[in-house]
Design a protein around this ligand. Structure first.
Ligand code: CTP
Length: 423
């Protein structure tokens, strides 16, 4: 339908990028399995008016009023979003006007001008993402492969299109790693050299969140970090990022040494057990454990610059304080009720971070608290006290606290014992 409308106006329409790559890789050839489709509208020899992509999106939206339309005027692109059936998920279609991005200075936002499909594909990150299929006649269905994308798909290589790719857009280093690990591809050796060159050349100074990062770049970097740390392949991806020294773009002192590698895997196991429904955003806590290597001032700076959520910034700020508050107290506890009282004031998520970073003895106590002790309750509630004929008042809290203490320490085991104690 989009192709028919484009053809009517003398435009050429292509499906490009990830959808083509994934269809060629899966061999199912079923475009409906793809939930994120990138289309490019092209007018030969610049005959297309600026914004054809947006115009086409508007036409389609008129036909499908249930699609949500958003327009990014600056880049002449529009997005249509359908909430499909709950089982199939949603469908997202980006429609761009064929363009060349030229970079007035490295790592800046691309400026856009109309140009042919070849140039549009040339500005893309990797050969396997620079394939297109023509949707409009003549030769609809034809695969356009100007840069050897098919050969790289077959030989499973991540290869950039030109030497400056990573300098122009350093977040592509994260994308290279993501695709390599996710698709089980290799970084083509020259491409790996370009990555190292980009990092050595200091391009990451722009990205480094300890300096003054460009907001658009940090947003993209954060999106890539989330993508990677949220995926099931985050472990090999993180290893590869570290191997390429790419974690330095977060901060020059962030490393994946034995201790941080251990901590990040440990916290993932804890989270899996303690928060099976992912209410705590595990990717974020994995990121926090990396950032937590830094001193408090640097941590907070990075968290702010990455625009992390408020609770995340708070966690990073609080952990040193909590660590120093609980450490000595916990080691001096000789009753379960004491341990409970030491840990009770803190949020679970804060204790998870503190626990994983602590020495074995303290870590074990915090784990036991999180998994078992924090769930222990007194055998009686306020309502029970009321039913027993006691008048509600401040005394309730005192009695219930005492009951809890006795229960934690094993002095009260049953409801009957609790009732006797209260009487
Ligand atoms: N792209 C790029 N450089 C970037 C980001 C994106 O060249 N920094 C191009 C790639 O051609 C990519 C397309 O924009 O194929 C769409 O980007 P995106 O949706 O992020 O990636 P997909 O390839 O669709 O991958 P995924 O399946 O992970 O969404």
């Amino acid at each position: 339908l989009a192709a028919t409308e484009a053809q009517k106006r003398g435009w050429h329409l292509y499906v490009v990028g990830g959808a083509v790559r994934d269809l060629l890789l899966t061999e199912t050839q079923d475009i409906l399995l793809v939930q994120d489709i990138d289309l490019v509208v092209d007018g030969f020899h610049n005959s297309v008016e600026v914004g054809a992509g947006v115009e086409l999106a508007l036409i389609i939206q008129k036909m499908f009023p249930n699609a949500r339309l958003s327009v990014h005027g600056e880049f002449q692109t529009a997005a249509l979003l359908w909430h499909k059936d709950p089982e199939l998920g949603s469908l997202w279609i980006d429609i761009a006007t064929s363009r060349t991005e030229f970079y007035p200075y490295p790592a800046a936002n691309p400026e856009v001008e109309a140009s042919s499909i070849r140039q549009d594909l040339y500005r893309r990150d990797f050969t396997i993402n620079a394939l297109a299929v023509r949707l409009t006649p003549p030769r609809e269905g034809e695969l356009l492969d100007f840069f050897g994308g098919m050969i790289d798909l077959r030989s499973r290589q991540i290869r950039v299109l030109h030497a400056n790719s990573f300098i122009e857009d350093p977040t592509r280093i994260y994308r290279a790693v993501r695709f390599a690990v996710r698709l089980n591809f290799e970084l083509e050796p020259q491409t790996e050299d370009y990555i190292r060159y980009a990092i050595d050349s200091g391009i990451y100074e722009r990205l480094r969140l300890e300096n003054h990062p460009t907001p658009a770049l940090t947003t993209r970097l954060k999106a890539e970090l989330k993508y990677i740390l949220d995926s099931h392949y985050w472990q090999p991806a993180l290893k590869l990022l570290a191997h390429l020294d790419a974690l330095h773009c977060l901060h020059s002192e962030i490393v994946l040494d034995e201790s941080s590698w251990w901590q990040i895997r440990c916290i993932s196991r804890w989270l899996q057990y303690l928060d099976p429904y992912n209410q705590l955003e595990h990717w974020l806590i994995r990121l926090e454990i990396l950032i937590a290597q830094l001193n408090e001032e640097e941590r907070t700076k990075i968290a702010h610059n990455l625009n992390l959520p408020k609770e995340s910034i708070e966690r990073l700020k609080l952990i040193t304080k909590i660590e120093s508050e609980v450490k000595d107290k916990l080691l001096n506890c000789d009753r379960l009720s004491h341990i409970f009282r030491v840990l009770h004031p803190y949020k679970f998520s804060n204790l998870i971070l503190v626990g994983v970073r602590s020495p074995k003895k303290i870590r074990r106590l915090i784990w036991q608290y999180l998994t078992k002790w924090s769930k222990i309750q007194a055998p009686l509630t306020g309502d029970d006290l009321k039913a027993m004929g006691y008048k509600p008042g401040p005394k309730y809290k005192q009695v219930l606290d005492q009951l809890l203490t006795k229960t934690l320490d094993g002095d009260i085991k049953t409801r009957e014992e609790a009732e006797v104690f209260v009487k």
